[in-house]
Ligand binder design. Structure first.
Ligand SMILES: C[S@@+](CC[C@H](N)C(=O)[O-])C[C@H]1O[C@@H](n2cnc3c(N)ncnc32)[C@H](O)[C@@H]1O
Length: 327
C-alpha cells in the first residue's frame, strides 16, 4: 500500500488546504479503477527494497545523487540494481542511487537548465507539477526551496519509480505524487498554488484550451504558470493537428505556434506572457540508453532528414512560456 497520510498532513494550514477532504476518495478510486496488471508486482518490489540509509543526498545537481556507493554492501547494491532493472524503461532523469547511475532516455536536466533562470524564485512556494512523470523535476523544485511540491500523473508505473526514490530521499519530504489526471483535481475558490508547471502535457490533451483554463483554476491570484510544450513555426493562426501519429506517438492532438499559444493564454486572462525558450529536441537529449532500450528520437525521425519526423511533420521543437494570473 502506498500511504498518502503525509500528503494530507501537508495540506493542513496551507494555501491549498481547500483540497483537504476532497482528494482521498479520488486517489482511492484512481488506484482501484485504473488498476494496472503489474500493480501488485510493483507494490511487492517497493516492499522488497533493501533498507539502506543515504549518507548524502544532493538534489541540487543535474544527476540527482541519492546516497553513495559505500553506503551499502555489494550484495545490497546488486539487489537494488536488479529491482531497478525490473522498473525499466527509465525515461526521465538522470539519477544516481547508491553508486548506480540511471542514465535515462531523456536528459531531463537540460529542460530544467533551460527554464530555471526564468522562474520566480521557488523558495517557500507551493508548487503543482501536472504530468510530473516519475518526479525528476519535482525534486529539482524542492531543491530550489519550494515549501511543498505536489505532482499529478495518472501512470502508476511512474508512481512506483517516484516512491522508490522517496523511500531513500525521505518519506517526510513534502514532495508528493498523486496518481490522478490534471483535469480531475478540484479547483480552488480561495487561495491556490504559487506556481503551476505543465510540461509535456498540453499536446496530449484533446482540448488544450480547457487544459490551460484548468491550470489557471489551480493558481492563486498573481501566481505563475510555467508551460512547456511542442510547437511549430508559424503565425498566431497556425497549429499542426497530426492526421494520425506524430513522431510515432499516438495521442498527440495540437501543436500550436508560440504566437497561437500566446493568443490562447491572453484569451484566458493570463498576463506577463513571455516565451523564454524555443529549442529543437536533439538525439543527444532524447536517446536510447542501457536503461531504455526500445526506440527513441532517432527512430522517430526521417532517417534521411532529421528536420522531419518519420511521418513527414516538422521534427519536435519545444517552447517554454511563463505567465501570471492577475493579482
Ligand atoms: C511527455 S511526459 C512529460 C513528463 C515531465 N513533465 C517532463 O517534462 O519531463 C507527459 C506526462 O504526462 C502524463 N499525462 C498524460 N495525460 C495526463 C493528464 N491528463 N493529466 C496529468 N498527466 C498526464 C503522462 O503520464 C506523462 O508522464
Amino acid at each position: 500500500m502506498i500511504n498518502f497520510d503525509s500528503f494530507h498532513k501537508d495540506l493542513l494550514d496551507s494555501p491549498i488546504e481547500e483540497w483537504e477532504g476532497k482528494l482521498a476518495t479520488l486517489i482511492n478510486d484512481a488506484l482501484n479503477n485504473r488498476q494496472h496488471g503489474k500493480r501488485e508486482e510493483w507494490l511487492d518490489l517497493l516492499q522488497s527494497l533493501p533498507q539502506i540509509s543515504a549518507s548524502t543526498i544532493d538534489l541540487n545537481r543535474d544527476c540527482l545523487q541519492i546516497g553513495l556507493a559505500e553506503d551499502c554492501s555489494e550484495e545490497e547494491r546488486e539487489t537494488l540494481n536488479t529491482l531497478l532493472k525490473q522498473l525499466m524503461p527509465w525515461r526521465k532523469g538522470p539519477y544516481n542511487l547508491f553508486g548506480i547511475h540511471i542514465d535515462t532516455e531523456w536528459r531531463s536536466d537540460w529542460k530544467w537548465q533551460r527554464l530555471q533562470a526564468h522562474l520566480s524564485p521557488l523558495k517557500n512556494r507551493y508548487v503543482l507539477d501536472v504530468g510530473c512523470g516519475n518526479g525528476y523535476h519535482m525534486w529539482r523544485m524542492r531543491a530550489d526551496g519550494a515549501k511543498c511540491v505536489i505532482g499529478v500523473d495518472p501512470s502508476q508505473f511512474f508512481l512506483t519509480q517516484f516512491q522508490l526514490f522517496k523511500r531513500y530521499i525521505g518519506e517526510e519530504q513534502p514532495v508528493h505524487l498523486l496518481p490522478l489526471k490534471g483535469e480531475e483535481l478540484p479547483p480552488f475558490t480561495r487561495r491556490g498554488f504559487d506556481t503551476v508547471f505543465s510540461m509535456g502535457v498540453l499536446y496530449h490533451r484533446r482540448s488544450p484550451i480547457d487544459h490551460l483554463a484548468e491550470l489557471k483554476r489551480y493558481l492563486r491570484q498573481g501566481g505563475e504558470l510555467v508551460l512547456e510544450t511542442l510547437v511549430v513555426d508559424g503565425d498566431e493562426q497556425t497549429a499542426l493537428i497530426p492526421r494520425d501519429r506524430y513522431a510515432k506517438m499516438r495521442n498527440v492532438w495540437f501543436l500550436p505556434s508560440t504566437d497561437m499559444l500566446i493568443l490562447w493564454l491572453e484569451r484566458l486572462g493570463f498576463i506577463n506572457i513571455r516565451v523564454v525558450d524555443v529549442t529543437l529536441t536533439t538525439i543527444e537529449e532524447q536517446r536510447l540508453t542501457p536503461w531504455m532500450q526500445y526506440e527513441s528520437l532517432s527512430d522517430f525521425l526521417d532517417p534521411n532528414d532529421h528536420s522531419l519526423t518519420c511521418e513527414g511533420y516538422p521534427a519536435p521543437k519545444r517552447a517554454i512560456i511563463i505567465c501570471n494570473t492577475k493579482e
